[in-house]
Design a protein around this ligand. Sequence first.
Ligand code: MN
Length: 138
Amino acid sequence: MTTILVVEDNPTSRKLAVLVLKNAGYGVLQADEGEQAVRIVRDAMPDLILMDVQMAGMDGLTATSILKGDPATAGIPIIALTAFAMRGDEQKILAAGCNAYITKPYHYPDFLARVEQTLEASGRTVPPGRQASGSTPE
Ligand code: MN
């Protein structure tokens, strides 16, 4: 099963993302700050990480830098979840090593499409049934 770690400190946002991903056929793990996320990644080696940028405790870009700096976890794609849509953030996010980012608030079809694109781009498996109905037209 393709497993995704959702790292998000807002409980409502986290629960919604988890629900949408489970309904799409993914296995889902959860963390609410960066240090916990790094521990879970090292234990469970998920296929993809959705990483909130702003969190109490270790923030998402610090956690991303740690994971991307470790050869054991560097290959796991990370999608940043960012609340701000400012230009400088895209550069900071990509500089930290994130493979992609999603700006909050997001629509779930776009959210799932970005997850699928990022999984496919890294040679990982999208759950059956998602491939055909997959991407939203741009
Ligand atoms: Mn947050």
